[in-house]
Ligand binder design. Structure first.
Ligand SMILES: [Zn+2]
Length: 71
């Protein structure tokens, strides 16, 4: 494999690792809320997040109406 190819593969691997770590962090944050009243409540507008959304994106801490740039 060429040196450039190796570098590209490395950055692709690092990028997916970073995304996985971010997802893990969000999931841990959600897990830490499981026992609290905040679980299933949008961090921004304090509306209830539909369970379907939590099932699809369990790491989501915001409802569909709020911009997702924070997470
Ligand atoms: Zn919201």
């Amino acid at each position: 494999m060429s040196r450039m190819g190796a570098i590209n593969n490395k950055s692709v691997a690092e990028e997916s690792l970073r995304q996985a770590e971010n997802k893990l962090k969000s999931l841990n944050r959600v897990l830490s809320k499981l026992d609290s009243d905040d679980f299933g409540i949008c961090l921004k507008c304090k509306n209830k997040i539909p369970y379907v959304r939590i099932l699809i994106r369990p790491q989501s801490l915001l409802c569909v109406n709020c911009p997702q740039y924070l997470f």
